[in-house]
Design a protein around this ligand. Sequence first.
Ligand SMILES: NC(=O)c1ccc[n+]([C@@H]2O[C@H](COP(=O)([O-])OP(=O)(O)OC[C@H]3O[C@@H](n4cnc5c(N)ncnc54)[C@H](O)[C@@H]3O)[C@@H](O)[C@H]2O)c1
Length: 270
Amino acid sequence: MTDRMTYETESRRERFRGKVVIVTGAAQGIGRGVALAAAREGAQLVLADRAGLVAEVAAECAELKAQVAVVQSDLETYAGAVAVVDRALAEFGRVDVLVNNVGGTIWAKPYQEYEEEQIEAEIRRSLFPTLWCCRAVLPSMIERRSGSIVNISSIATRGIYRIPYSAAKGGINALTASLALEHAQDGIRVNAVATGGTEAPPRVVPRNPQPLSAQEQAWYQGIVDQTIASSPMHRYGTIGEQVGAILFLASDEASYITGSVLPVGGGDQG
Ligand SMILES: NC(=O)c1ccc[n+]([C@@H]2O[C@H](COP(=O)([O-])OP(=O)(O)OC[C@H]3O[C@@H](n4cnc5c(N)ncnc54)[C@H](O)[C@@H]3O)[C@@H](O)[C@H]2O)c1
């Protein structure tokens, strides 16, 4: 059996040397893992997040000798997305790779328990940042006739107790396939990783700051149980296992792959 990748793995490759890589939601979790791994592989980075904690990740990347720009912005707004792309263009002159990582279910419960505004909030969190950032980055990629976009989806497109999030990630899959079709002629590849359940350190920036009731904890456990049951490997993955797939699709190693959604969930196809 092969070793599981960890995001601390030292890379001997330099797939991103001389490439400008935007990572959204880079302050923690999978986004932080992508940022650190890309830094090890020589990327010039633009790290975007709503949380100021992203500055600490930028400092970690700088310790790895990466050039890094930080943008603190709300990517649920189009203006926030434009600010990130404008900063990348001002600092580095171009964008080679965009990793759209912002997202994550805010609530865990059966659909009939969601309030109207909660459904809207889930779509704003897990669909709009990717829609906005793709729209913001396209003109400069079309002009250069080059670019690679990786969207972070989820195997929750077939999962319980987070239906609005599932719908948002289904939207991510659709925009990935259609944007790839529309812009292959411009030299732009668009792919997605459908992330499975992923072990991560406790979140410094919570998705939902409210403490969970016993009922809400039971619903959350329902998600965990269903995720493990649906995966032939019956386990959660590591951040490194997600990062490996994301950076493969982002890199020139995937030069003949576009419009694909790659499930990374121990065999759960989503
Ligand atoms: N962790 C998992 O088990 C898992 C499973 C399937 C899919 N995913 C997907 O992977 C991605 C990353 O997940 P994670 O668990 O590492 O995320 P996380 O919740 O730990 O971190 C998300 C980051 O995005 C930032 N963010 C949130 N809203 C923002 C906004 N409006 N503007 C700017 N930044 C914002 C947060 O500050 C945070 O740093 C998400 O798209 C998620 O849906 C995660």
